[in-house]
Design a protein around this ligand. Structure first.
Ligand code: ZN
Length: 299
């Protein structure tokens, strides 16, 4: 996360954002036991069970809440097709970074809370029968921040997709680069872009789906350089936060600034896809990339 991002409380600590807004253990629980929560978009009180049944889409305004990584995988892939890879790569504290808590202690807490070893889940699976390599950045693990492990796993996902000759599908939700790893986290921006460029040069096909929120160094690197860039409705997508930009350029920002719909209009996105349509849209894109149906119809 850049210095600029740090000034914006909304992006200051992705973990905190998850805790307060999305987690059952959040301090700002609206009711005891967390049975109800308030939609951050329309303010409607939502019964949590109903929200979970609707794949965490607000029943009142259709706001697409951030989805935990494993729920995303279950939603996108065919049942039983997921095989996770590269789970043994763990974060190192090269800078001996210590703010209120030592860095590795934070990682350990995130591991315990999410029951996964890093923010990026990577593996193989199938979307309506089409085999892919899938990488999902999970906001609930330290705000989906990108450190060395996330960068390495994106690079490995590209190599795996090349080896298996499969398309690569990436889902992002992130507060940006992981500040605890300093410049090493920023280096992952170049590394992931290089890995995707190499994958593309070898004929690989990649799709990124940006989900709420995708910010900082993740937006400015691998999330934006895939062959197709999709987003979920209403997703916040940007580099620095809106307040930082407004105070820097000393201008009022236009309505809907940094939301998916605004970025579609400006040409940064190819399409906005509702969560309920995701599987069918992805499978169609995977077919287009493969071109098998077109060829078959010709002969
Ligand atoms: Zn709502």
């Amino acid at each position: 996360m850049s210095e600029q991002d740090k000034q914006d409380p909304a992006l200051e600590d992705g973990e905190k954002l998850t805790e307060t807004r999305f987690s059952r253990r959040g301090k700002k629980r609206d009711m005891p036991g967390g049975l109800w929560l308030k939609c951050e978009n329309c303010g409607q009180m939502i019964y949590r069970k109903e929200l979970e049944e609707k794949a965490r889409v607000c029943p009142a305004c259709e706001f697409h809440f951030t989805l935990p990584g494993r729920e995303r995988i279950a939603l996108v892939l065919d049942e039983g097709s997921w095989h996770e890879r590269f789970t043994d790569i763990r974060a190192l504290d090269r800078l001996q970074f210590n703010d209120s808590v030592p860095y590795l202690e934070k990682v350990k807490r995130a591991e315990e809370r999410t029951r996964q070893t890093e923010a990026l889940l990577c593996g193989t699976g199938a979307v309506l029968g089409r085999e892919i390599v899938l990488a999902v950045l999970d906001f609930s693990f330290m705000g989906g921040s990108m450190g060395e492990v996330v960068g390495e796993k994106i690079a490995l996902a590209c190599e795996l997709a090349t080896e298996l000759q499969r398309p690569l599908v990436i889902f992002t939700s992130s507060g940006g680069a992981r500040m605890h790893e300093g410049v090493l986290s920023l280096m992952q921006m170049a590394k992931t872009c290089a890995a995707l460029a190499d994958f593309g040069d070898k004929g690989g096909f990649s799709v990124c789906v940006m989900t709420h929120p995708t910010t900082g160094g993740v937006t400015a690197s691998f999330a934006s350089v895939c062959d197709i860039t999709l987003a979920e409705p209403g997703a916040l997508i940007g580099f620095a936060g809106p307040r930082v930009i407004a105070s820097t350029i000393k201008q009022e920002l236009p309505p809907g600034f940094q939301r998916a719909e605004f970025l579609l209009e400006k040409g940064q996105l190819d399409r906005i896809v509702r969560r309920s349509d995701l599987k069918s849209v992805l499978s169609r894109l995977l077919d287009y990339a493969k071109g098998s149906k077109v060829e078959k119809s010709k002969h």
